[in-house]
Design a binder for this molecule. Structure first.
Ligand SMILES: [Zn+2]
Ligand SMILES: [Zn+2]
Length: 141
């Protein structure tokens, strides 16, 4: 795979138990589906789900749009990490992978630490689905 920003060949790097594709030039990294949840510091809930679910996909960041390094013909979408943060990731609707630019993983872990300290719950897919189910029930007359 090549870096979607500068076309450098991505290198495999181990972060803890997880092997990720990283760019030696710009410090970005590609995360396969599920890898963000494994790489980020532990927190209750599902970070990938909360990042993608309910997002308008319309925010711009300082970096331009890119194509997924895995799916060359799919443009990644901009998504806010979790909720109400300034961390904007690139998400592939095809393979559900994420592109993290330099320092974004460190910023994610700062945010996770803040969430954990605040006792803030990261949305859990099952709980969100249950609440959406009740939300959609017709009001009693
Ligand atoms: Zn790069
Ligand atoms: Zn993809």
């Amino acid at each position: 795979m090549n870096c979607p920003r500068d076309a450098a060949v991505l290198e495999t790097k181990s972060i803890g138990q997880t092997s990720v594709q990283t760019c030696p030039l710009c410090g970005g990294m590609f995360l396969e589906h599920g890898q963000l949840n494994r790489l980020a510091d532990p927190t209750p809930g599902d970070l990938e789900f909360s990042t993608v679910d309910g997002d308008s996909f319309q925010h711009e960041d300082e970096y331009g749009p890119i194509d997924c390094p895995r799916d060359a013909d799919i443009q990644m979408r901009k998504v806010d990490f979790n909720i109400d943060t300034t961390i904007i990731l690139d998400y592939c609707p095809g393979c559900h992978g994420f592109w993290l630019d330099r320092q974004e993983l460190a910023r994610i872990n700062e945010e996770v630490k803040r969430l954990n300290e605040a006792g803030a719950a990261v949305p859990d897919p099952l709980l969100v689905r249950i609440s959406q189910f009740f939300w959609n029930l017709p009001l009693p007359h």
